[in-house]
Write a protein that binds this ligand. Structure first.
Ligand SMILES: *[C@@H]1O[C@H](CO)[C@@H](O)[C@H](O)[C@H]1NC(C)=O
Ligand SMILES: *[C@@H]1O[C@H](CO)[C@@H](O)[C@H](O)[C@H]1NC(C)=O
Length: 413
């Protein structure tokens, strides 16, 4: 009897196991298809970008945001009720810096534009989702990828080492902030491992780093895992619970409401700066509409992209308590040494303009909703021999800093 049972078990294992495997694969395939249907809304027009992306022009009222239960009856705000720079385009001259960096566009613009009333959405492919560790995790940050704790609290070196994220940033804290602005030099840092990334951004932060951090983030990133290539892409990110359940990159979950038909989240930025040659930068402004409470984002001088509705956040439903600007990389130490993944241009701040990456004209929105120079700017880096940061100030660039580095080098092993 026992032997028979054993034989039965063996037979069952050898015949059914592949079937069970096939069934699981089929189920996963179905789940991926369902998720793709959620993300890729029906489009009026599609544009093939030279970098291989497909940009879908999706009717504004069909965008992913409206899958959110709280947004079912939402009336889209077609413009903010307030802008910290006054009337659009009037306070800031587009040609303020004629001999300086040139304006920038996105690569897909070479092959077309999205009509009025639609928004451009980077199409998610099956392969994008398969690169994530699970369908749920696609478009989210790794739960462990907390930014550094605020320096006013006791730093927790364990946390920093454990998740391998390294920063070179400038920051302000201790006030109430209603937004921030910066102009960020655009580069294409080399990434050693596909699970690593390099980004340059600003952070609008509220709450505590441990559990319920509220964060709105925007800038450029190179992330082979998220996008399947090494292109430099415009990105946004938000979370209201310290990167746990809420939030995502770009439009990969419901939350951000886009109104612009010109700029696609997650699309490649073009052109990119080159060493000792042409320099390009992007301006990002994020501010809180004092009337509606929504957090708005503007790209460059001309593109108001859309907003994060106030209800998404707890702490940020009032104001931010900290603003950070700078670079972040993942150091996975896959070969037992420090990663060679670069931050910024891959060169240290002391090389200066045209060689090191900069973030200039950093500003905050104060309690009277005016843009002003931040007070008491501090800097932070975990390992200045790998990635460093250096502050400066002058008439044209206001408060600025150079940041970044090559990662592994004789002083950073
Ligand atoms: C949306 O509006 C309808 C009709 O006014 C109402 O019945 C429903 O409860 C509303 N839903 C939400 C989520 O507010
Ligand atoms: C990204 O760049 C790395 C080298 O920096 C290279 O090994 C890798 O193949 C590139 N990935 C893609 C998808 O092009």
């Amino acid at each position: 009897m026992k032997v028979e049972l054993l034989i039965f078990c063996f037979v069952f294992l050898f015949t059914a196991a592949p079937l069970i495997g096939a069934a699981a694969a089929a189920r996963r395939d179905l789940e991926v298809k369902r998720h793709l249907r959620r993300l890729n809304k029906p489009s009026l027009k599609s544009i093939k970008s030279p970098d291989g992306d497909v940009i879908d022009c999706v009717h504004m009222s069909h965008q992913p945001a409206f899958d959110h239960p709280h947004l079912k009856n939402h009336t889209i705000q077609m413009r903010p009720s307030y802008h910290p720079e006054g009337l659009f385009g009037q306070t800031e001259k587009v040609s303020k810096n004629e001999i300086g960096p040139k304006p920038i566009t996105q690569m897909w613009h070479m092959n077309g534009r999205c009509p009025e009333g639609t928004i451009p959405v980077r199409r998610t492919r099956k392969s994008d989702i398969f690169r994530a560790s699970s369908i749920k995790k696609y478009g989210k940050k790794n739960k462990k990828s907390l930014p550094r704790p605020p320096t006013s609290a006791a730093p927790e070196p364990d946390l920093i080492n454990q998740n391998g994220h390294q920063h070179a940033i400038a920051y302000v804290e201790g006030d109430q902030y209603y937004g921030a602005k910066a102009t960020i030099n655009v580069w294409d840092p080399k990434i050693q491992q596909p699970n690593e990334f390099s980004l340059s951004q600003l952070w609008i932060l509220g709450g505590s780093f441990a559990s319920d951090l509220n964060s709105i983030e925007a800038g450029w990133q190179v992330s082979p895992d998220l996008y399947g290539d090494n292109n430099t892409r415009l990105f946004t990110y938000w979370t209201s619970d310290a990167y746990q359940a809420t939030g995502c990159y770009n439009l990969l979950c419901s939350g951000f409401i886009q109104i612009s038909n010109e700029i696609a989240m997650g699309a490649s930025i073009f052109p990119i700066s080159s060493y000792h040659s042409s320099q390009y930068d992007i301006s990002i402004l994020i501010w809180k509409d004092p009337k509606e409470g929504n957090w708005w984002m503007q790209f460059g001088n001309d593109y108001v992209l859309g907003y994060w509705p106030a209800f998404l956040f707890s702490y940020l439903s009032d104001s931010a308590s900290m603003i950070e600007w700078g670079g972040e990389v993942v150091n996975s130490e896959s070969d037992g040494e420090h990663t060679t993944t670069q931050m910024g241009s891959g060169h240290f701040p002391d090389e200066g303009f045209g060689k090191a990456s900069y973030i200039r004209n950093i500003q905050v929105v104060d309690e009277s909703n005016n843009l002003r120079a931040p007070k008491d700017i501090d800097v932070f880096t975990e390992q200045s021999s790998c990635y460093d940061v250096r502050l400066g100030k002058n008439g044209e660039w206001g408060n600025f800093f150079y940041y970044g580095g090559p990662g592994r080098n004789p002083n950073c092993q």
